[in-house]
Each structure stands twice: as structure tokens, then as C-alpha cells.
Design a protein around this ligand. Structure first.
Ligand code: SF4
Length: 120
């Protein structure tokens, strides 16, 4: 089974602690992170598909514009050394995290609503 995920979710889902926007959204994430392989996609993914903020195939979360989210995806893939279309697995992703988390945290986590959840 493979998941289809966008760039920033490859990083953020490593810190998933069972919290999210709705019960359905959370249940879906448990199923996504349980899949061994991941196909990297550009734009809305399997997580976004069950998100209350996905409107017209764009992220409409009040804290993030779609442009900001797409920028995060690009930066995540740049740091991880991956590209859309690649097949990866969670071991490959987590092996790269120690080398990139300082930069990722400084750029994106400090103003994120999940900061406390991820790093406490
Ligand atoms: S907030 Fe935006 S990027 Fe995050 S899951 Fe929802 S639609 Fe996708």
C-alpha cells in the first residue's frame, strides 16, 4: 500500500500525535502513516483530501494561504532532496530528518499552531 503525500507532509507527519482538524481527518492520517511507501505529489494529497480546509483543490486554512503551503512543499522537498513523482518510504524520510530539522523548524515551525504538539 502506498500513500500519496505532498512535500511538507513528508516532514510534518513524522510528528503526528493524534491531533488534527476533525475526527475524520485524524482517522485518515492514521491510515496514511500506516502505509509503508509514499509517492510524492505536488499539490493536495491524501491528507488534504479529508481536510475541512481544502476548497476548490486549494488550501484555505486561515493561517496559511495556498501559495504559502506550496512554498512549504517546495522547501521541504529541497531540504529532503526529493522531487514530486518519486517513490520513498518512511525510513528514507526519517533518516534525513536529523540533518534538516533545525532549518525546517526555524523557517516554518515557530509560527505553526502545532508547534506545542510536535515538540513537547
Ligand atoms: S490545512 Fe491545507 S495543506 Fe494542511 S491538510 Fe488542510 S488543505 Fe492540506
Amino acid at each position: 500500500m502506498k500513500a500519496k503525500l505532498r512535500g511538507h507532509h513528508l516532514i510534518c507527519l513524522n510528528f503526528f500525535r493524534g491531533e488534527g482538524y476533525s475526527e475524520d481527518f485524524i482517522r485518515n492520517i492514521y491510515s496514511v502513516v500506516g502505509k509503508e511507501n509514499v509517492e510524492i505529489v505536488a499539490g493536495p494529497d491524501e491528507v488534504c483530501a479529508r481536510c475541512p480546509y481544502l476548497k476548490d483543490n486549494k488550501c484555505s486554512n486561515g493561517d496559511y494561504t495556498d501559495e504559502k503551503i506550496q512554498f512549504q512543499d517546495k522547501e521541504a522537498l529541497k531540504l529532503l532532496g526529493f522531487k514530486p513523482g518519486m517513490m520513498v518510504d518512511w525510513k528514507m524520510i526519517s533518516a534525513r530528518l536529523p540533518g534538516i530539522m533545525d532549518e525546517w523548524k526555524a523557517k516554518f515551525c515557530m509560527n505553526c499552531g502545532y508547534l506545542e504538539v510536535c515538540f513537547n
